[in-house]
Design a protein around this ligand. Structure first.
Ligand code: SAH
Length: 451
């Protein structure tokens, strides 16, 4: 097989990244923007030892699941993967992806419950971070073109609420008139790096944060007052100073320009305080459903000791705290632990304690001290759990382990490891927190083998 050759093929599956897969002369060829069932002519663009990449040369017979993309920049932007297929089709792909992970990587055959899809594929995100650039003498906001840091001006991302676009479009010309300059990554000059928005899904409270290389506070004093009159839901305006040459968006130093330092929202009925730096699921409605599935798997009766590893600001554990005897949370980021403690106090939850540190190290110590949780909840980052955490968690011999994961592949790998330590993977449910994109979450119930 060689570059630029054209073959006829049919898409028979999807990769975890959302590219279609077809087989040509025994080679797997990955073709983006396709759908399972497409018959097409594929132009080969890159050949590696065991697989190749192609692009659509001609779509001979489109698959049933296809639809017209509802976003004008779908092909340029790397944000969404699935806007060319119906949401129903997307959910089928995601359910299959989770099933494949557990069967192939985990060698497991749990009961797969139907995927919990979102209500909408538009406007569901509660947070946006728009890179700012200067183009033709004007300030623009948008997204980075795929595989690059070139800003494509666009303020109406389909995943964001309309309100975000309204705020940005109102703001940009005012900032320009005030002489605010855009940060240049290449030269490390200029002021404004990103505009950051976050809105409480239930409360409606909106936060605006200016991420800057050097302070623009003086230049925008008037705008800050004006914008609160124009958009009264903005209750927090802050400036995040990030003077470093880095891809990390937010800096460490945050100053309040107007209103509060945080916004308030509710998550699973508990009030939460959010700063721009707090980790918070971007799709609140679906996160609440995700945690509800986790709670049902935990099957709490009120007498349990619950251990919540990788607890962030405590959201999951706190949503279960009223149904257990006591809750212990573990999280590595000190600010998140501080948030978790405040969230517990603010909601009158007195049976919770939180430790700051590595999940594995703290779990190991708890185990050595004889702590015996009835249920353990694990919500690790994409790379999954390490062996220390798995051994310590299994070693405490809880009745049930509930894993919540944003990466089905590492979740399956970790469940397999738990299997070797006496835990059977019983149920798995995919929950779609990121409609339109290639990401999918899953909840897993593991139980201690009766044997
Ligand atoms: N359960 C929380 C957060 C989940 S995200 C929620 O639903 O909101 C995963 C969390 O694991 C992050 O807060 C991250 O800071 C934390 N984390 C990452 N590595 C860790 C480690 N080694 N030990 C403890 N926590 C860790």
């Amino acid at each position: 097989m060689q570059k630029n050759e054209i073959y006829e093929a049919e898409i028979t599956g999807m990769t975890n990244e959302g590219a279609g897969v077809c087989r040509i002369d025994g080679m797997a060829v990955f073709v983006p923007m396709t759908a399972v069932g497409d018959r097409l002519r594929v132009r080969i663009v890159k050949v590696l030892k065991n697989y190749a990449f192609g692009i659509i040369e001609e779509l001979i017979q489109p698959a049933d699941g296809r639809c017209e993309p509802d976003c004008p920049v779908f092909r340029q932007c790397g944000g969404c993967t699935y806007r060319h297929v119906t949401y129903e089709t997307e959910c089928q792909y995601k359910a299959q992806q989770v099933r494949d992970a557990f069967e192939r990587i985990g060698g497991l055959s749990p009961e797969f419950e139907p995927i919990l899809g979102g209500d909408a594929r538009c406007g569901y995100r509660n947070k946006a971070q728009y890179p700012v650039a200067e183009q033709n003498g004007h300030l623009v906001c948008g997204f980075f073109a795929k595989h690059s840091h070139r800003v494509i001006p666009f303020t109406r991302c389909a995943l964001q609420p309309e309100l975000f676009g309204d705020v940005i479009e109102w703001l940009l010309p005012k900032l320009e008139a005030a002489g605010v300059t855009a940060y240049s990554e290449e030269q490390h000059t200029g002021e404004l790096r990103h505009l950051y928005l976050r809105q409480g899904f239930h409360s409606g409270e909106l936060m605006l944060c200016f991420v800057v290389r050097v302070s623009i506070q003086k230049k925008i004093e008037g705008i800050v007052q004006e914008i609160r009159k124009k958009f009264p839901m903005i209750v927090s305006i802050t400036e995040s100073l990030n003077p470093n040459r880095t891809n990390v968006i937010l800096g460490k130093k945050l100053s309040v320009l107007a209103g509060k330092a945080t916004i308030t929202d509710t998550m699973c009925g508990n009030a939460v305080e959010l700063s721009p730096l707090s980790f918070y699921q971007v799709n609140t409605a679906q996160a609440e459903r995700l945690y509800a599935v986790g709670k049902s798997y935990a099957a709490l009766t009120g007498s349990e000791l619950l251990l919540d590893l990788y607890c962030g600001a405590g959201t999951i554990g706190l949503s279960m705290a009223r149904e257990v005897r006591s809750l212990t949370g573990v999280e590595v980021i000190p600010e998140a632990v501080e948030n978790a403690r405040q969230n517990a106090a603010a909601n009158g939850i007195g049976n919770a304690e939180f430790f700051c540190g590595d999940a594995g190290q703290i779990a190991k110590r708890l185990r050595e001290q004889g702590t015996a949780p009835d249920v353990i909840v694990l919500d690790p980052p994409r790379k999954g759990c390490d062996q220390t955490t798995i051994e310590a968690a299994a070693g405490m011999q809880p009745q049930r382990i509930v894993m919540i994961s944003c990466n089905p592949a590492t979740a399956a790998r970790d469940c397999k490891a738990f299997g070797e330590l006496g835990y059977a993977t019983e149920r798995v449910r995919a929950v779609d927190l990121f409609p339109g994109t290639a990401h999918v979450e899953c909840v897993v119930l593991m139980s201690r083998d009766k044997a």
